[in-house]
Design a protein around this ligand. Structure first.
Ligand SMILES: [Zn+2]
Length: 368
């Protein structure tokens, strides 16, 4: 059967109402008389869903066989803000409500929820404790039971489920801290001057230690290094270096500390030349995020940036370190297309971006 999802139109209303009538009968006959009773969802609500562009139908061989509500966004379902249990995905998620299939719509429910997962990578859904059919369908499709929520429509509890799709299980998802880092920071195209500089300093200290260790020590680094203020760091003298060498909260490596100070001085020069460190970094790709394989180690871009950084006197700027930094700040874009971050970043628009070294204007604005 050839199935596809599209937005519900006015002309679909009779078919949609028939599906809901069938679903209520089915639920009543299968031990679940209370979830939708004999009138939920009301026609006015369905019309409202259609008007807002949030109602969808599943067409199988050209016939409407299933329907549902889908929306996505930051905390998009207020009823899920209180849960007896816990969701594990980030606060930006998709939600499906009012899903129902016709008598002939075998497999259409699964098709609909999988379509919704493919839109957001982080889907939440609830169902009635008596709705065993739905619970089985969700479990079969890899959803995880999260706890009990309450909805405004009635007093019965609802079982909440989620399906969260993330890339990089091997690299970033070993524990909660790394998972949060993946969800909130890693690979997100970053233009904030301060954030870019902070990541740049941390990346320098990362050589030879685990990223997780660095994340654990990040707060210590912030206080030890004046909240990553490049001007202050550039002015550090021997006394400050000695003090940092005594600080057990950071990574005490004299070569790295000295390199961080020297690099801060170069960053100040880059800000002068390019207007900002961000401008300098992004000018290599003409402000575009370039798709790259997650498991690559270096590429042409990291080679070129590394070469340019070394020429300017930046230390610990080998291509592997630079590659890892460019990945972290989303100049090289490595989230999988299925990953929830990919949807957040609308990364499908990056597909046509390529690194073109020959198009790059070398040097900054002072070159002209
Ligand atoms: Zn990812």
């Amino acid at each position: 059967m050839n199935m596809e999802i599209r937005k519900t139109e006015e002309r679909d209303l009779p078919a949609v109402l028939a599906i809901y009538r069938h679903a209520r009968t089915f639920m009543r006959e299968h031990g679940n008389p209370r979830q939708w009773g004999d009138k939920w969802p009301p026609e006015a609500l369905i019309r409202e869903d259609i008007r807002r562009g949030k109602s969808y139908v599943c067409e199988a061989d050209g016939r409407v066989e299933a329907t549902f509500f889908y929306d996505e966004g930051e905390n998009v379902e207020p009823a899920y803000s209180v849960i007896d249990g816990s969701f594990t995905g980030p606060a930006r998620y998709g939600v499906v409500h009012r899903i129902a299939a016709s008598e002939n719509g075998h497999g259409a429910g699964s098709f609909c929820v999988n379509w919704a997962v493919s839109q957001c990578g982080n889907l939440r859904i609830d169902t009635h404790p008596d709705n065993l059919v739905m619970q089985n369908m969700l479990q079969k499709n890899g959803f995880r039971y999260c706890g009990i929520v309450h909805i405004p429509e009635d007093d019965d509890p609802r079982y909440a489920y989620e399906k969260v799709v993330r890339c990089g299980e091997r690299y970033y998802l070993k524990n909660e801290r790394l998972t949060r880092y993946h969800d909130e920071e890693w690979g997100k195209p970053e233009h904030d001057e301060q954030k870019l500089y902070e990541m740049f300093v941390l990346e320098l200290f990362q050589a030879g230690v685990s990223w997780e260790l660095l994340l654990r020590k990040r707060e210590n680094f912030r206080s030890a290094f004046d909240n990553f203020d490049a001007e202050k760091i550039a002015a550090y003298g021997p006394e400050k270096i000695d003090a940092l060498m005594q600080d057990p909260g950071i990574i005490r490596n004299r070569r790295k500390i000295e390199a961080a100070i020297g690099n801060a001085r170069v960053v100040l020069k880059l800000r002068e030349e390019f207007g900002s460190f961000s401008n300098y970094l992004w000018h290599f790709t003409e402000n575009r995020s370039i798709p790259e394989r997650m498991d690559a180690v270096t590429d042409q871009l990291s080679d070129d940036v590394s070469k340019d950084m070394k020429k300017r006197g930046i230390r610990f700027a080998g291509s592997v370190t630079v590659f890892s930094f460019l990945q972290a700040v989303g100049i090289l874009y490595c989230h999988d297309p299925e990953c929830l971050c990919f949807h957040r970043d609308h990364a499908e628009t990056f597909a046509q971006n390529h690194y073109q070294p020959e198009n790059r204007v070398s040097g900054g604005r002072n070159d002209r």
